[in-house]
Design a protein around this ligand. Structure first.
Ligand code: ZN
Length: 321
């Protein structure tokens, strides 16, 4: 009797565990991916380098593994572009398409989840013998969050009502050039983008504490109000960093969407999510993996996955102010 009761408890525990673990981006893959992206071997992922080319290929492979599709009209996940007719280096954005759960859903506007995968390469001024800008937080953390969310949502049970584009931008560090190319290329009809959630610097938790993130550009749309409402049922909260978030709004790839829309007399809600302002480590050679809070990052990945499902499947309307 006792034994069977214990067996019953164990079985219940296992069953409950199996359900409570959905969705299932394994915490291990986030760590492995981030270690790769921020490794010395990739020499700071500089634009125009062999190393960034390697990352672009790696991202394409990941999108393929997760079962994402190329956007209609593209033969693969790669969006090539050049600057000033200089074809000596072909820059690349990597774009993956995840259809909505049914045909009808694909008529709905797109949600774009983005992160930049370039960084600033090698420093001419080594600090304690270290000259590599590993960019673990800026922005290997955002890239692996985007990948993990793509992996989560491509899971058959987690489908959304909207088609989703996952986009890894290059040349952010050169002045948002990859994202600006993307919005002007009309690879998808840009006016059909419902929302851009751009991910940057999600790896550190020391500034605002765990379970906190910032949304840039609070005045731009009602997105933050919606997220605050969603957070209520969870352990997560939006940190208050004051006016700086409206400055940071212009500092990352979300702003290319905003700018494009303004120029064409409409508006796209487009925001960046960060977990720190990072003034002490941004663009420093000690932006290293050892400072990444993986537990917090993995929890945030699960939280953002649920947020996207909530936004899409409850037909939440995000509106510009
Ligand atoms: Zn960045």
């Amino acid at each position: 009797m006792k034994k069977s009761l214990i067996f019953l408890f164990v079985a219940l525990f296992i069953i409950q565990g199996a359900f409570s673990q959905q969705p299932t981006c394994t915490a291990d893959s986030a760590r492995v991916w981030l270690n790769f992206l921020a490794s010395d071997e990739l020499r700071g992922r500089a634009n125009g380098s062999d190393e960034i080319e390697k990352v672009a290929q790696w991202l394409s492979e990941k999108f393929k593994q997760f079962g994402l599709q190329p956007v209609a009209g593209m033969k693969d996940f790669v969006q090539p572009y050049i600057f000033n007719k200089d074809s000596s280096f072909i820059h690349k954005n990597i774009i993956g398409y995840l259809p909505a759960k049914n045909e009808q859903g694909n008529e709905n506007p797109f949600i774009v989840i983005s992160a930049h995968f370039d960084h600033i390469g090698i420093s001419h001024f080594p600090v304690n013998g270290d000259s590599i800008y590993n960019g673990a937080d800026d922005n290997a953390s955002g890239v692996i969050a985007m990948l993990a969310i793509a992996k989560n949502l491509s899971n058959q049970q987690l489908q959304t009502n909207n088609p989703i584009l996952f986009v890894a931008f290059s040349n952010e560090e050169e002045g948002l050039l990859g994202s600006r190319y993307f919005v002007n290329s009309n690879v998808v009809p840009i006016e059909q983008i419902k929302l851009n959630i751009n991910l940057e610097m999600l790896g550190r938790s020391h500034e605002f504490g765990r379970n906190k993130f910032l949304i840039t550009g609070t005045q731009h749309s009602n997105f933050q109000d919606i997220v605050v409402e969603f957070n209520k049922e969870t352990e997560w909260g939006v940190a208050d960093a004051g006016e700086i978030v409206n400055f940071l709004f212009r500092m990352s790839d979300n702003y290319s969407f905003v700018e494009y829309a303004q120029q064409h007399n409409f508006c796209i809600p487009a925001h960046t999510i960060v977990t720190s302002l990072g003034f002490e480590h941004i663009h420093q050679v000690d932006d290293e993996v050892e400072y990444i809070d993986f537990e917090n990052l993995n929890n945030l990945i699960e939280h953002l996955t649920q947020l996207i499902l909530y936004l899409s499947n409850n037909k939440i309307v995000v509106q510009c102010n």
